[in-house]
Design a binder for this molecule. Structure first.
Ligand SMILES: [Cu+2]
Length: 352
């Protein structure tokens, strides 16, 4: 069968294909750059801040390098063959068709198999490194991480502290996390400190994190857990050991009674209203367990499961209509008056 010479249209199509491949590659490479835009925290596992995340980032980088080399070689050979062996105008007939090449077939069977085995061994080594806990028992501490729809509770059994939304840890120490859930399955994920660990009801999962430097590390519930799954954030606040010890002292102390009239009014509304049915404030009549412990809520960086920065404005916004801020929130719309919201905000913000 005689074919027609390559037309300009077919050449253009070939060029468009090559350009499409290159553009797609450029866009994929540019994703991390665009991901840095905007104000919403976009923590990256490729910006590690602790030993576990370094293992994960290293593995990713090795896989990326190998995948890039494979991509360039394979695509290069395809493009080379397409251009070098294309039918030219002077060709009277089809080029000779070659079927079967034992050497080539053995090569492209063995090489990918070797690559897959190498990646498997590297992944296994990484898994072992993540499972191995550093042998510095005296320096370790344990925190219970409990998932709720849609916020995280943190209990420090050795220190007698219960808090929410901010997981405060000291730098340079191994922090063991015992994860569970009171309702559905959640997954605790702080990309800069470790991979994901699921939190199940009636089952405890273990993992550990360690932050090398002080700072705030953002995370996200990584298991679809309901309407506000995407709003279930996590925040790790890593403090220097001295700052952490100071924080522990402050958290262990009962909250200081408000002195300002508006905050006092808020305390009265809180202690005589529905709030105490769900929230605890140490040293008061409020001992509810459904919602976050609010003993030192004013000292936290975030509100509403890590969704809002802890400011008076956001506190008002939350109290005015919780389900509007976090759809599916167990805290209902309480139909508080403007005055009640102002007073409650003053009180809660005073609980440092
Ligand atoms: Cu969740």
């Amino acid at each position: 069968m005689n074919g027609s010479p390559r037309t300009p249209i077919r050449r253009a199509l070939l060029l468009i294909c090559a350009l499409t491949v290159m553009t797609a590659w450029a866009l994929i490479m540019a994703v991390p750059v665009f991901a840095q835009e905007g104000t919403t925290p976009k923590p990256s596992a490729l910006d590690p801040a602790g030993p576990n995340s370094v293992v994960i980032a290293d593995l990713f980088n090795i896989v990326l390098i190998i995948a890039t080399v494979v991509f360039v070689v394979v695509e290069g050979l395809i493009l080379f063959s397409a251009f070098r062996f294309r039918r030219r105008a002077k060709d009277a007939s089809e080029p000779a068709q070659v079927h079967g090449n034992t050497k080539a077939e053995i090569a492209w069977t063995i090489l990918p198999a070797m690559i897959v085995v190498t990646l498997f061994v590297l992944a296994l080594q990484g898994q072992q490194a993540l499972d191995a806990k550093p042998a510095q028992a005296a320096e370790q501490m344990t925190i219970k991480v409990i998932g709720h729809q849609f916020w995280w509770e943190y209990q420090y059994p050795d220190l007698g502290i219960t808090t929410a939304t901010d997981l405060v840890i000291p730098t340079g120490r191994v922090v063991n996390l015992e994860l569970s859930s009171v309702d559905v399955i959640h997954s605790f994920w702080i990309p800069q400190l470790n991979g994901k660990t699921d939190a199940f009801p009636n089952h405890v999962n273990y993992t550990w994190i360690q932050a090398n430097t002080p700072g705030i590390y953002h995370g996200q519930c990584a298991e679809l857990c309901g309407a506000s799954h995407a709003n279930m954030r996590a925040v790790v606040v890593a403090k220097t050991p001295a700052e952490f010890d100071q924080w522990v002292k402050e958290q262990q102390a009962p909250p200081v009674a408000p002195t300002e009239a508006l905050a006092q009014q808020g305390q009265l509304i809180f202690s005589t209203g529905a709030c105490i049915g769900c929230h605890t404030i140490n040293g008061t009549a409020a001992t509810g367990k459904t919602g976050p412990d609010l003993t030192h809520v004013g000292s936290r960086t975030t509100l509403a499961g890590g969704l809002l920065t802890n400011t008076a404005g956001n506190q008002r916004r939350w109290l005015a209509d919780p389900p509007a801020v976090k759809p599916g929130s167990i805290m209902p719309q309480l139909n508080l008056t403007r005055t009640e919201i102002e007073a409650l905000t003053a009180y809660l913000q005073s609980l440092k």
